[in-house]
Design a protein. Structure first.
Length: 127
């Protein structure tokens, strides 16, 4: 069962529907366990997360950390699918299997981020 640890209402409605009516039933069918721990993030929340694990100089230079040195995200505010309600993060005993299942179902993922599931090619929606 994939449970929501937060309110999914901040997600873009088609993405919220895809998560609730497509991904979650497959997760349940396969008996996987996990919790959605993040969804929509404001630009301010993204800025706080982006600064984690980075020096001010690394923030200014937009240094990619890919989770190293305590970094949480490589996406500065405005460049994360979370900022547009187009991503969720999952945690739990079957995290890797859930993310792999999402990938197989056509959702986007980030190779170095084991928790991230996003709307595929979400950047094209912003044009």
């Amino acid at each position: 069962m994939l449970s929501g640890g937060f309110n999914l209402s901040g997600l873009w409605p088609p993405y919220r529907t895809a998560v609730q009516d497509y991904l979650m039933p497959y997760v349940q069918y396969f008996g996987l366990q996990g919790t959605i721990v993040s969804g929509y993030r404001s630009m301010e929340e993204q800025a706080v997360l982006y600064r984690k694990g980075r020096t001010p100089a690394e923030v200014a230079a937009r240094v990619s950390k890919q989770g190293r040195d305590g970094a949480v995200t490589d996406a500065p505010p405005g460049s994360s699918a979370h900022n547009y309600g187009l991503a969720i993060d999952v945690e739990g005993p079957h995290q890797a299997q859930i993310v792999d299942l999402a990938r197989q179902l056509g959702f986007g993922t980030v190779s170095w981020d084991p928790a991230h599931i996003e709307w595929p090619r979400w950047q094209s929606l912003l044009r």
